[in-house]
Structure formats: C-alpha cells, structure tokens
Design a protein around this ligand. Structure first.
Ligand SMILES: [Mg+2]
Length: 302
C-alpha cells in the first residue's frame, strides 16, 4: 500500500493532520519520529553517537517547523544484539544527553525492549507562542528556503559508492547527522510567517504539501534555488530537488526577508498564487517538469 493510503486507513473518515506537529493546547505541541535499522540507517555507517544526535535533530526540526521550542521528550528504544552491548548503550546515552542539553530538553520517560534490529523512536513535546501551520499561506506570499539543497542525497550516494575523498565529507556528515534550524526559530518570529514546514522528503513533494495545505499554486523559480554546487555537479539538478532529510525550513511570508539570518542563507525561491493547488516549477520562463519526485517511504509508490 502507498504511505498516503495507509495513513488514510488509520484515520478513517477523519482527515489526517497535515502539520509537522500536533497542537495539544494553544501553546503546547508534540511530534514523533523514528529511525529504524535497515530502513533509515545501517550500523556500519552510523555510530551510536550519530544516531542519538540524528534522532533528536529530526524531531527538533518538526518542532521548529511549527514555530516551537522543544522541551520534554520520550524515548522508545528497541535494542538488538548489536545495540544491547554496553559500549553501544554508553556511547548512545552520552550523545543523547549532550544533544538534549544543547536544546535545553529533558528526557521525561520512554520504553525499552528487545528487538531483532535496532529501533529508535523519540516523541518531543514543546512550547509555541504563535504556531506556524502549513495551511496559513496567502496568495502573494513569497516562498523561502533556508540553507541549501542536495547535500543529504549526495552524502547517501557517497556512502553507497564508498567515496571517502575529503570534499565529500561534509555531504556524508549532512546525510548521517542533519541539523535542525532551531537557531532560526526566534529570529524568524520577528517576521510574519504565514506557513512553514521542514524539508524531509525533498522539495518537490514537500512544496506540493505546502501548496495543497495553503490551497494555492506555488510557482518556484528553478534559477533561484540554492542547490549545493557539488551535489548539483555530481547528481544533477533534478536529483537535488528530491533530496530528503535536509531539515531546511520551507516557508511563506508576505514580507521581503534579508538574504541571511544569523549567517544562514534565506533564499526567496517563488511565490504563492491563486489557482489549482500544487507546484509549478519555472525555468527560463517556461514550465519545467523534474524527472524524479524524491524520497518515497514505501517502494510500491514508485
Ligand atoms: Mg516535518
């Protein structure tokens, strides 16, 4: 089954929530994310410290994308014969504590169990003053993206092909341990943000979700996209448009923002217009159809 059909069957007749977080109360939000051995990581590529860091970052990224600050978390740990070993547990725990400390978060509970493969799941609760929903975009809003796109997928290719040259190190690091944009949460509250999400399945699919939630047509200028130069050179442009787990913020604002906030590039890449909800890529003034859609959670979707 397709991921969207599975989710729909779980929710029945109620439409599934579309935001990165669920709002428990006006100022409290919650999210959860998992890392599963074989699906999201391999022990030969990811150390216990890298896994602890990534588990925290992907969840903090969802809290950030909803305009919140992470506070408490719950950890569910399925440990395999490999990850049950003392050295693994000690290294994971140390890195987890350090990563939580960095965000001022508290481990509030969880569950541990034995499993044939390593299964990591974290649930993060946070606070929010003014939530950023995906549905708040208005016609005329400018579309922005933080940082750049393509490195995460490049890192994955390098690992698969065993490319270890120095100039690939940053991409490998970005794939194994992406970083949330939590440091932008506070500075961005100075600007009107109508809608926001983080890039986890690639720009093509994620921008489409934002457009559908905000009920408008997102026109994206290919020439404006901040693609990572090495990723573009090695993988090509279309692959970069599908690069997932970038954890960059994709958002809509009616205002012209500075090109950099706290040394992080903030690039205007398009505009929301009235029209059939969806994304239209434009290159050299003409419609452009990328030849790949990006990360799919279940192979049957292809
Ligand atoms: Mg997300």
């Amino acid at each position: 089954m397709k991921e969207s059909d599975i989710i729909r069957s779980l929710f029945g007749t109620v439409p599934p929530p579309e935001d990165d977080c669920y709002f428990l109360a006006p100022n409290r939000l919650v999210t959860t994310d998992s890392l599963s051995e074989g699906t999201h990581f391999l022990h030969k590529w990811s150390s216990p410290a890298v896994l602890a860091g990534k588990l925290v970052e992907v969840n903090v990224s969802d809290i950030t994308a909803s305009g919140g600050i992470p506070k408490e978390c719950f950890l569910n740990l399925g440990l395999s014969p490999t990850s049950r070993k003392k050295e693994w547990v000690m290294a994971f725990s140390k890195a987890l504590r350090s990563s939580l400390h960095q965000y001022g978060m508290k481990l509030a509970g969880g569950d541990t169990f034995s499993s044939p493969t390593t299964q990591l799941a974290l649930t993060v609760v946070g606070t929010v003053k003014k939530p950023w929903l995906r549905s708040g975009g208005k016609p005329g809003d400018y579309l922005y993206i933080t940082g750049d796109l393509g490195q995460s997928l490049l890192g994955y290719h390098c690992l698969k092909k065993n490319w270890k040259e120095g100039h690939y190190k940053a991409a490998i690091q970005r794939h194994l341990l992406p970083k949330s944009r939590q440091s932008l949460q506070k500075p961005l509250t100075k600007y009107p943000i109508h809608a926001c999400m983080d890039v986890t399945d690639g720009l093509i699919q994620d921008a489409e979700r934002l457009a559908i939630a905000s009920k408008g047509k997102l026109k994206i200028q290919i020439e404006s996209l901040p693609l990572h130069p090495l990723a573009k050179k090695v993988l090509g442009m279309d692959a970069c448009l599908g690069s997932g787990e970038e954890l960059e913020l994709l958002f809509l604002s009616p205002k012209i923002l500075p090109p950099e906030i706290q040394s992080i590039p903030v690039t205007m890449i398009g505009r929301l217009e009235t029209g059939k909800p969806g994304v239209q890529f434009i290159r050299e003034g003409k419609n452009y159809l990328p030849n790949n859609r990006g990360f799919l959670h279940f192979a049957e979707e292809e």
